[in-house]
Design a protein around this ligand. Structure first.
Ligand code: PRP
Length: 172
Protein backbone atom coordinates (compact mmCIF):
# COMPACT_ATOMS: atom_id res chain seq x y z
CA UNK A 1 0.00 0.00 0.00
CA UNK A 2 1.31 3.42 -0.95
CA UNK A 3 1.07 4.96 2.51
CA UNK A 4 2.92 2.07 4.18
CA UNK A 5 6.66 1.61 4.41
CA UNK A 6 8.23 -1.45 6.02
CA UNK A 7 10.30 -0.43 9.02
CA UNK A 8 11.09 -3.86 10.52
CA UNK A 9 10.45 -6.84 8.32
CA UNK A 10 9.08 -10.22 9.36
CA UNK A 11 12.50 -11.93 9.31
CA UNK A 12 14.01 -9.32 11.62
CA UNK A 13 11.02 -9.63 13.96
CA UNK A 14 11.31 -13.43 14.00
CA UNK A 15 15.04 -13.27 14.78
CA UNK A 16 14.51 -10.80 17.60
CA UNK A 17 11.67 -12.87 19.07
CA UNK A 18 14.00 -15.89 19.21
CA UNK A 19 16.65 -13.78 20.99
CA UNK A 20 14.11 -12.45 23.48
CA UNK A 21 12.85 -15.97 24.08
CA UNK A 22 16.36 -17.18 24.89
CA UNK A 23 16.97 -14.27 27.25
CA UNK A 24 13.67 -14.67 29.11
CA UNK A 25 14.10 -18.44 29.31
CA UNK A 26 17.57 -18.04 30.83
CA UNK A 27 16.40 -15.40 33.32
CA UNK A 28 13.46 -17.52 34.53
CA UNK A 29 15.18 -20.92 34.39
CA UNK A 30 13.74 -23.13 37.11
CA UNK A 31 10.59 -21.00 37.48
CA UNK A 32 7.12 -21.16 36.02
CA UNK A 33 5.83 -18.11 34.20
CA UNK A 34 2.44 -16.52 33.69
CA UNK A 35 2.59 -14.65 30.39
CA UNK A 36 0.07 -11.81 30.27
CA UNK A 37 -0.61 -10.41 26.82
CA UNK A 38 -2.16 -6.96 26.53
CA UNK A 39 -4.95 -7.01 23.99
CA UNK A 40 -5.39 -6.22 21.36
CA UNK A 41 -2.07 -5.09 19.99
CA UNK A 42 0.12 -7.75 21.63
CA UNK A 43 -1.82 -10.78 20.43
CA UNK A 44 0.60 -11.69 17.64
CA UNK A 45 3.77 -10.88 19.59
CA UNK A 46 2.51 -12.90 22.55
CA UNK A 47 1.72 -15.87 20.33
CA UNK A 48 5.20 -15.81 18.81
CA UNK A 49 7.05 -15.09 22.06
CA UNK A 50 5.55 -18.00 24.00
CA UNK A 51 6.67 -20.36 21.24
CA UNK A 52 10.22 -19.06 21.71
CA UNK A 53 10.20 -19.75 25.47
CA UNK A 54 11.68 -22.91 26.91
CA UNK A 55 9.82 -22.74 30.23
CA UNK A 56 6.70 -24.12 31.85
CA UNK A 57 4.13 -21.35 31.43
CA UNK A 58 0.50 -20.33 31.30
CA UNK A 59 -1.00 -17.57 29.15
CA UNK A 60 -3.72 -15.09 29.97
CA UNK A 61 -4.83 -11.80 28.44
CA UNK A 62 -5.90 -8.45 29.76
CA UNK A 63 -7.40 -5.66 27.73
CA UNK A 64 -7.24 -1.96 28.32
CA UNK A 65 -8.32 0.86 26.09
CA UNK A 66 -6.47 4.12 25.80
CA UNK A 67 -6.21 5.30 22.23
CA UNK A 68 -9.63 4.47 20.81
CA UNK A 69 -9.50 5.30 17.13
CA UNK A 70 -7.24 8.29 17.44
CA UNK A 71 -3.54 8.18 16.59
CA UNK A 72 -2.35 9.71 19.83
CA UNK A 73 -2.97 8.84 23.46
CA UNK A 74 -6.13 10.12 25.07
CA UNK A 75 -4.42 9.74 28.41
CA UNK A 76 -7.45 7.87 29.72
CA UNK A 77 -7.09 4.19 30.54
CA UNK A 78 -10.00 1.86 31.08
CA UNK A 79 -9.95 -1.85 31.87
CA UNK A 80 -12.18 -3.63 29.38
CA UNK A 81 -11.15 -7.25 30.05
CA UNK A 82 -9.76 -8.50 33.34
CA UNK A 83 -7.37 -11.45 33.68
CA UNK A 84 -9.04 -14.77 34.34
CA UNK A 85 -6.09 -16.38 36.23
CA UNK A 86 -5.20 -15.88 39.86
CA UNK A 87 -1.89 -14.05 39.95
CA UNK A 88 -0.93 -13.94 43.62
CA UNK A 89 2.46 -15.59 44.16
CA UNK A 90 3.11 -16.11 40.43
CA UNK A 91 5.87 -14.75 38.20
CA UNK A 92 4.23 -12.47 35.63
CA UNK A 93 5.66 -11.40 32.30
CA UNK A 94 3.52 -8.62 30.85
CA UNK A 95 3.75 -8.54 27.05
CA UNK A 96 3.06 -5.30 25.21
CA UNK A 97 3.32 -4.48 21.53
CA UNK A 98 4.41 -0.89 22.16
CA UNK A 99 5.23 1.39 25.07
CA UNK A 100 4.79 4.99 24.06
CA UNK A 101 3.85 7.59 26.69
CA UNK A 102 4.04 4.82 29.31
CA UNK A 103 0.58 5.64 30.69
CA UNK A 104 -0.95 2.28 29.81
CA UNK A 105 1.99 0.34 31.25
CA UNK A 106 2.08 2.40 34.45
CA UNK A 107 -1.63 1.76 34.94
CA UNK A 108 -1.23 -1.97 34.28
CA UNK A 109 1.75 -2.31 36.60
CA UNK A 110 -0.14 -0.64 39.46
CA UNK A 111 -3.20 -2.77 38.75
CA UNK A 112 -1.27 -6.05 38.69
CA UNK A 113 1.09 -5.31 41.58
CA UNK A 114 -1.96 -4.64 43.73
CA UNK A 115 -2.78 -8.34 43.42
CA UNK A 116 0.55 -9.52 44.87
CA UNK A 117 2.34 -11.44 42.13
CA UNK A 118 5.70 -12.96 43.11
CA UNK A 119 7.29 -10.76 40.43
CA UNK A 120 6.33 -8.61 37.47
CA UNK A 121 8.50 -7.92 34.43
CA UNK A 122 7.64 -6.34 31.11
CA UNK A 123 8.52 -7.35 27.56
CA UNK A 124 7.65 -4.85 24.84
CA UNK A 125 8.22 -5.37 21.14
CA UNK A 126 8.59 -1.63 20.48
CA UNK A 127 9.87 0.94 22.94
CA UNK A 128 9.35 4.56 22.01
CA UNK A 129 11.24 5.78 25.06
CA UNK A 130 11.73 9.26 23.67
CA UNK A 131 7.97 9.85 23.94
CA UNK A 132 7.74 8.80 27.56
CA UNK A 133 5.52 10.94 29.81
CA UNK A 134 5.44 8.52 32.76
CA UNK A 135 8.59 6.75 33.99
CA UNK A 136 8.17 3.01 33.50
CA UNK A 137 10.72 0.22 33.38
CA UNK A 138 10.69 -2.11 30.37
CA UNK A 139 12.78 -5.18 31.15
CA UNK A 140 12.94 -6.69 27.65
CA UNK A 141 12.76 -4.53 24.52
CA UNK A 142 12.43 -5.89 21.01
CA UNK A 143 13.24 -2.72 19.12
CA UNK A 144 13.74 0.86 20.28
CA UNK A 145 11.99 3.16 17.78
CA UNK A 146 12.35 6.93 17.78
CA UNK A 147 9.47 8.16 15.68
CA UNK A 148 6.70 7.38 13.23
CA UNK A 149 3.26 5.83 13.60
CA UNK A 150 3.64 2.05 13.40
CA UNK A 151 1.15 -0.54 12.22
CA UNK A 152 1.28 -4.25 11.49
CA UNK A 153 2.28 -7.33 13.52
CA UNK A 154 -0.67 -6.58 15.82
CA UNK A 155 -0.45 -2.78 15.83
CA UNK A 156 -3.36 -0.87 14.40
CA UNK A 157 -4.66 2.42 13.20
CA UNK A 158 -8.40 2.57 13.82
CA UNK A 159 -8.36 -1.24 14.18
CA UNK A 160 -6.90 -1.73 10.68
CA UNK A 161 -3.54 -3.16 9.56
CA UNK A 162 -3.06 -5.53 12.53
CA UNK A 163 -2.71 -8.50 10.17
CA UNK A 164 0.32 -7.17 8.27
CA UNK A 165 3.28 -9.52 8.84
CA UNK A 166 5.83 -6.67 8.91
CA UNK A 167 6.04 -3.62 11.16
CA UNK A 168 5.30 -0.66 8.92
CA UNK A 169 5.44 3.07 9.17
CA UNK A 170 2.04 4.57 8.31
CA UNK A 171 2.50 7.90 6.61
CA UNK A 172 -0.11 10.57 7.36
C1 PRP B 1 -1.49 0.69 22.51
C2 PRP B 1 -0.45 -0.33 22.95
C3 PRP B 1 -0.25 -0.03 24.39
C4 PRP B 1 -0.52 1.46 24.47
C5 PRP B 1 0.78 2.18 24.59
O1 PRP B 1 -2.74 0.20 22.80
O2 PRP B 1 -0.91 -1.64 22.74
O3 PRP B 1 -1.14 -0.75 25.21
O4 PRP B 1 -1.19 1.85 23.28
O5 PRP B 1 0.59 3.57 24.64
P1 PRP B 1 1.02 4.47 25.87
O6 PRP B 1 2.39 4.03 26.30
O7 PRP B 1 1.02 5.87 25.29
O8 PRP B 1 0.00 4.31 26.95
P2 PRP B 1 -4.10 0.79 22.19
O9 PRP B 1 -4.80 1.57 23.24
O10 PRP B 1 -3.79 1.44 20.88
O11 PRP B 1 -5.00 -0.48 21.99
P3 PRP B 1 -4.77 -1.81 21.13
O12 PRP B 1 -3.74 -2.63 21.86
O13 PRP B 1 -6.10 -2.45 21.14
O14 PRP B 1 -4.32 -1.43 19.75
Amino acid sequence: MANLEILINRAAIANRVVELGRQVSADYAGSELLVVGVLTGAFIFTADLVRALDLPLAVDFIRVASYGEATCSSGRISLTKELECQIAGRHLLLVEDIVDTGRTLAWLQAHLLGRNPASLKVCALIDKSERREVAVAVDYVGFPVAEGFLVGYGLDCGDRYRQLPDLCHLRP
